[in-house]
Design a protein around this ligand. Structure first.
Ligand code: NAP
Length: 317
């Protein structure tokens, strides 16, 4: 029998093969962490740090139902011999779709226009009202051309946009399919009409976009963040938006979720979403299935397909 700490509810339907495996292994899901918990299947809200690890000496695996693992102290898990896994790929397209939803909504002032109608302000067709910004033909800058960054860049081809990207590695296939150009971070800031953030949150990327970087952006540029809130200095962003230095922003993520910086909440030129990048029925089900497959593999003594510290733990498949 295995005890799995799972502080949230599953979707109704998952792959029956996983259900069978769970039954065969005698897995018991529990909403409370016990001293003999074998595995954790968690969301971003669960912080897995050295203090939590000290309470679960039998723990074998932390299976995050997310691709980002900034809620998990991976080195501390490795030091304890605990495998950490995530759910890459299955959420890539849904998150790129949402980056585009934000980009279009911010550029064309969609939520603001909707509020205008619902608040009864639309009295007659107005030539000057709610003018936004062109998307087609402009320049999209991708900060972090990994899975989601590239998927976001691919969509720009249909909008006849020029695509720039900053990543430590060159992405030749991405360049081939989108005509994207790799530039350094400063050039990305200076040349992009839209800057879309797709780097993971870590020590290097915390507040990577602060007041200095915002001041380097093109006047009237639009910032989109579907990665993690703490990559952007929110107070500095609110200042840049209020002054009109930036035209708009589209944000799905915030530094202290679910709290949102009060200065951002006051602004009409920010589209604010409650961290729904991967929130489609299909994607969320696939994320849970991926997390469970990772967890079950670890419990069976196999190397999980998405083990992040397999190398450090010297696990061989
Ligand atoms: P990924 O494939 O690992 O892509 C991240 C890319 O960032 C990597 O390819 C890496 O490329 C680049 N990178 C890392 N550090 C960098 C740095 N300091 N400067 C420039 N580039 C850097 O991850 P993904 O699957 O695309 O996911 C990206 C992030 O999106 C996740 O970490 C997560 O936080 C976020 N996310 C949010 C939602 C949501 O609901 N809003 C949903 C899914 C994911 P190089 O190695 O070439 O630099």
């Amino acid at each position: 029998m295995f005890r799995i700490y799972r502080p949230y509810v599953f979707p109704d339907e998952i792959d029956p093969a996983i259900g069978k495996d769970l039954k065969r292994l005698g897995v018991k899901f529990e909403p409370i962490l016990h001293a003999d918990t074998d595995a954790i299947v968690c969301l971003l809200a669960t912080k897995v740090d050295a203090a939590l690890l000290a309470r679960v000496p039998k723990l074998r695996v932390v299976s995050n139902v997310a691709v980002g693992v900034d809620n998990i102290d991976v080195p501390a898990c490795t030091a304890r011999g605990v495998v950490v896994t995530n759910t890459p790929d299955v959420l890539t397209e849904a998150t790129a779709d949402l980056a585009w939803a934000l980009l279009l909504a911010a550029a064309r002032r969609v939520p603001e226009s909707e509020r205008y109608v619902r608040e009864g302000k639309w009295k007659q067709w107005d030539w000057t009202a709610l003018r936004g910004h062109d998307v087609h033909g402009r320049t999209l800058g991708i900060l972090g051309a990994g899975r989601i960054g590239q998927a976001t860049g691919h969509r720009a081809v249909g909008f006849s946009m020029e695509v720039l990207y900053t990543s430590r590695q060159r992405r030749l296939l991405f360049e081939h399919t989108t005509q994207a150009r790799r530039v350094d971070f400063k050039a990305l800031l200076r040349q992009s009409d839209f800057l879309s953030i797709h780097v993971p949150l870590n020590k290097e990327t915390r507040h990577l976009v602060g007041s200095r970087e915002l001041a380097m952006m093109k006047p009237g540029a639009i910032l989109i963040n579907t990665a993690r809130g703490a990559i952007v200095d929110e107070a500095a962003l609110a200042k840049a938006l209020k002054s009109g230095r930036l035209a708009a922003a589209g944000l799905d993520v915030f530094e202290h979720e679910p709290k949102i910086h009060p200065d951002l909440l006051k602004l009409d030129n920010v589209v604010i979403l409650p961290h729904i990048g991967s929130a489609t029925e299909t994607t969320r089900r696939r994320m849970v299935e991926t997390a469970l497959r990772n967890c079950l593999a670890a419990l069976k003594g196999e190397v999980p397909p998405n083990a992040l510290n397999a190398h450090a733990l010297n696990l061989k498949g």
